[in-house]
Design a protein around this ligand. Structure first.
Ligand code: NI
Length: 178
């Protein structure tokens, strides 16, 4: 197992529409294990594959951050099949340092997903767990939490994102021949 580098906004992989997983092979299991280790090390409550540079529909969630083994979920090709109610709370993202804001999410969700053996299962979630599932599933469609902000909150996020973009561009290697 290994802690993987986390891709930071505006890395283009974060905006990709991720492709469904088709091969339930040892490489997929190894990636999921590395993602769990990376999430716990961060520490974070969820991590999606594009955040470690792999544009596939895989996410890991653990609202206990490693304290309760039952809280750890590996979701492959997940989709929300039912949602109810509403909640507003502060969200942040490991790929967007130093930005957090209130986001409206459903209070409860039901999610269908596959496990590492390709076997379907269902999850019922509410409160923080539901929020984290929505956030991670958004990542698989290239959606980031600030996309849900409006008005002044959106403006504030935009200023911060500009700074992140500048820092990211400074870290990129010069194009060949320059
Ligand atoms: Ni995130």
């Amino acid at each position: 197992m290994a802690v993987l580098p986390i891709r930071i906004y505006p890395d283009p992989v974060l905006r990709q529409q991720c492709r469904p997983v088709e091969d339930f092979d040892p490489a997929l299991r190894a990636l999921a294990e590395d993602m769990v280790e990376t999430m716990h090390a961060a520490p974070g409550v969820g991590l999606a594959a594009p955040q470690v540079g792999v544009a596939i529909r895989l996410a890991v969630v653990d609202v206990s951050v490693g304290k309760e083994p039952d809280s750890l979920h590996v979701l492959i090709n997940p989709r929300i099949v039912d949602r109810a109610g509403e909640q507003v709370d502060v969200e942040a993202c490991l790929s967007i340092p130093e930005l957090s804001d209130k986001v409206k999410r459903p209070r409860r969700v039901r999610v269908e997903a596959l496990d590492l053996d390709g076997k379907p299962y269902e999850l019922e979630a509410e409160a923080l767990f539901a929020r984290v599932l929505c956030h991670e599933l958004d990542h698989l469609d290239g959606i980031l939490f600030f996309d849900h902000l409006r008005g002044l909150r959106k403006e504030r996020a935009r200023r911060h994102l500009k700074r992140l973009r500048r820092a990211w561009e400074e870290r990129q290697p010069m194009p060949a021949g320059v």
